[in-house]
Design a protein. Structure first.
Length: 365
């Protein structure tokens, strides 16, 4: 197995630069994971492939306004701070003080220990948020730093929403539309730097229609990081070190999965982040060694799913089309076969599907 095995020609003009006019009217490529046979449908037709007793499990994370554009204190030079995840610091967290792992630009001018501070002003020109670069992040791989965030406003949340921007993937160039369209309709807690994009196609009406059809709905939370867009550089994918993310699987979801299993239903993951959450929560030692899904509360996972992986929880998968040579291409290939998935991608390109985060969807069942 080589990383090149998961490469494909991705035409620039097929990279969707904006969402579908209606969330659930994007195209849907349905693939039989056993045979590789494909059908061309639209997303709301997903109802035709689900049956009473099935359970959809979605990632309810929300994209935070993580991209901060400001000025370096003292020089006024333009600076960018990108929030990755909150972390422990040398003093307690308060409503107005917190510590975050961040990426910065320009890196050479924002080094820890040099007293570098970036200020962020609101539309009226008032500085409502400041980031002092105080240290290097532990186990950082790309120059991540630790920043001390402070605000004169009542809360950091208020400050972030005053000056922060929703980050979009690097391949989406000039989108100036509604940032809310890069959020799922069921998103809750702002904890991610990128959206779980398979869920973007659901509308409240479609979810309700599926519930009336007898399809269950449960949620997990995985805090999606920027590494979700990375390609694998190593020739041997098994030598790649996958990023760590934090996930939660509540007891209610564990119970819903058990009920679906007992009723003969399928567990259908909405997106690769839901797959990683559910499979990470599998406890192989539980139930006398037979294994069982266990509740998790913001635990770390570095689960790397490659072809040959045995899925313990997930029976079917709703997903978007992914970047070539990415760990997500490998995960999807593991759910069927590499040959079938690459053939499906070839079909999608030939049929001019819209690809990547704002693009169309696949259903592997």
């Amino acid at each position: 197995m080589r990383t090149d095995d998961f490469d494909y020609a991705l035409p620039d003009e097929l990279i969707a630069q904006e969402p579908a006019a209606e969330r659930d009217r994007c195209r849907l490529l349905v693939m039989d994971r056993a045979t590789g046979a494909v059908e061309d449908r639209i997303f709301r037709d997903i109802a035709d492939y689900l049956r009473p007793g099935d359970l959809l499990v979605a990632n309810e994370t929300r994209v935070m306004p993580a991209r901060l554009l400001g000025a370096k204190r003292g020089t006024g030079g333009a600076a960018e701070v990108f929030l990755l995840r909150e972390c422990a610091g040398p003093e307690p967290r308060t409503n107005c003080v917190a510590f975050w792992e961040v990426l910065v630009r320009p890196g050479k001018r924002l080094k820890p220990g040099a007293g570098a501070v970036v200020d962020f002003a609101d539309g009226a020109g008032n500085v409502v948020l400041s980031a002092e670069i105080i240290d290097w992040a532990r186990n950082g791989q790309r120059g991540e730093r630790v920043a001390r965030l402070t605000t004169p406003l009542p809360s950091l949340d208020e400050a972030l929403h005053a000056v922060g921007h929703t980050p979009l993937p690097p391949y989406i160039k000039d989108y100036a539309g509604d940032e809310e369209l890069y959020q799922t309709v069921y998103s809750r807690r702002e904890s991610s730097a990128a959206a779980p994009t398979a869920g973007l196609h659901f509308t409240p009406q479609l979810i309700e229609r599926l519930r009336e059809q007898g399809v269950g709905w449960a949620t997990v939370e995985l805090e999606v990081g920027l590494d979700t867009f990375r390609i694998v550089d190593e020739e041997d994918p098994e030598k790649h070190v996958i990023h760590t993310e934090f996930y939660t699987v509540p007891q209610a979801t564990v119970d819903a999965v058990a009920a679906a299993r007992a009723a003969g239903g399928r567990v259908i993951a909405v997106g690769t982040t839901s797959v990683r959450s559910l499979e990470s929560a599998w406890d192989s030692a539980a139930n006398g060694g037979a294994g069982a899904l266990a509740p998790r509360d913001r635990e770390a996972t570095s689960l790397y799913i490659l072809p040959g992986y045995r899925f313990h929880v997930v029976d079917a998968l709703i997903t978007n089309f992914h970047v070539p040579r990415s760990t997500l291409m490998m995960l999807v290939s593991a759910f069927s076969t590499r040959e079938s998935v690459m053939a499906a991608y070839e079909h999608a390109v030939a049929e001019r599907y819209r690809l990547l985060s704002f693009g169309d969807a696949m259903f592997l069942h």
